[in-house]
Design a binder for this molecule. Structure first.
Ligand code: ADP
Ligand code: VHF
Length: 372
């Protein structure tokens, strides 16, 4: 099996708290500079990279002079808010040294469960990538407390992999990968080189559901791999301080644990759309639009829509039917039902004049559509 990272063109790299910090307090600037240099090399190979980085609390603790991790949730939130400034600062400086810009993106799991926010986050991230910027993502710890209690950015990494259909998720941590048992407790544990993401035996190795998962640990990584695999992304768990780890992975070297996704990326996404039984509404297409979608592989533009049935919000799944009512395609709409009623039969260049803003020239972008 070829290395997942070598083949990947869009990669999420997650660096854990245990790695970015100097023993839990403050950030390790040198380590961060090394990952930035490696990501710059990946970019030079034509790969798109999104970084999910923890470390805000650790840096905030240092800046606010907490000797140990506070137990009060709101103090933890305060640490995260203060520390995030330092995190952003170090990443911006480290990437600037390679002529690469960074962007700060703070997300919660709830943001990604909401269809409209999901689509907005997706559009922002893909636009940042198109503009050549490296998005640096962390949890928005100011507005949520669950994540801070569990201290888990692994799940966030997987959600982001689903969000922008990454080909691979690289989880960098303080161990050389997933071992047959926790190597801190069992010195005879052996490294798992490769397995299928979602294999339940991996969860047992990582501690099983019954173990203490107070803070991330390997279980959240194994579960993140399972989640990432749903959109076809492969996961690699590796030691973040391994020399030049990202570049070596990209050159095809087998390092750490590779958890392979059983379904291909496009199949997974297609299946998700097809399985989406509840569609929020319907648009009727003229014959020209049907032709563009089915024969020419194009996006759906408002000009090809002749009628709208039902009410729907931006980001919801809608069905496209032909003039006889036969389903043609399904996809995520960029505009609400009321907006489509205003812009249908009109050219995309008129959208701004009619609505006062443009979410995109397409009603449904080709990437967000599946033919039926
Ligand atoms: N089977 C296993 N293989 C490797 N590490 C394991 C395993 N089970 C539990 N662990 C523990 O998980 C820890 C990594 O998780 P965590 O501290 O949350 O890292 P991060 O901050 O990078 O997310 C390791 O230091 C290790 O003690
Ligand atoms: N968002 C917080 C905590 C996230 C966290 O610790 O996650 P993880 O690296 O998976 O253990 C921070 O930046 O400190």
């Amino acid at each position: 099996m070829k290395s997942a990272i070598q083949q990947a063109s869009r990669i999420i790299v997650k660096v854990g708290s245990s790695l970015v910090t100097n023993e839990g307090r403050g950030l390790d600037q040198n380590a961060i500079a090394r990952w930035a240099a490696q990501i710059a090399s990946l970019r030079a190979l034509g790969k798109e990279v999104v970084l999910v980085s923890s470390g805000a609390i650790a840096e905030g603790m240092l800046r606010l002079h907490f000797g140990e991790r506070p137990t009060d949730i709101h103090e933890l939130q305060a640490c995260a808010a203060v520390g995030q400034m330092g995190l952003a600062q170090i990443y911006e400086t480290s990437f600037r040294a390679h002529g690469i810009g960074t962007a700060q993106v703070l997300l919660t799991h709830a943001d990604l469960a909401d269809r409209e926010r999901y689509l907005n986050a997706r559009s922002t991230l893909t636009t940042l990538l198109r503009l050549g910027v490296v998005p640096i993502i962390n949890e928005n710890d100011t507005v949520v407390t669950d994540e801070i209690k569990f201290g888990d950015n692994d799940t966030l990494g997987a959600l982001v992999a689903n969000l922008i259909e990454a080909d691979a998720l690289v989880i960098l941590t303080d161990q050389r990968g997933l071992f047959s048992a926790d190597p801190r407790k069992d010195p005879s544990a052996t490294l798992i080189g490769e397995a299928q993401a979602g294999d339940e035996r991996l969860e047992e190795m990582a501690g099983g559901a019954g173990s203490s998962i107070g803070r991330g640990g390997m279980l959240t990584k194994v579960l993140a791999a399972k989640r990432a695999a749903r959109s076809g992304a492969h996961t690699v768990i590796a030691w973040g301080r391994e020399d030049n780890v990202l570049v070596r992975l990209a050159s095809g070297e087998a390092i750490g644990t590779q958890l392979t996704a059983p379904t291909a990326r496009l199949t997974a996404r297609r299946q998700w759309m097809v399985d989406h039984l509840h569609t929020a509404g319907e648009v009727v297409l003229d014959a020209g639009a049907v032709q563009k979608l089915t024969q020419e592989g194009k996006s759906l533009l408002p000009i090809g829509v002749t009628a709208v049935n039902g009410q729907f919000r931006r980001g919801e799944v809608i069905t496209c039917v032909d003039e006889q009512g036969n389903p043609v395609a399904r996809g995520l709409t960029n505009y609400t039902g009321s907006e489509v009623r205003l812009i249908m039969r009109r050219s995309s260049s008129e959208i701004e004049g009619i609505l006062g803003y443009v979410e995109g020239p397409e009603l449904i972008h080709r990437d967000n559509m599946v033919l039926l």
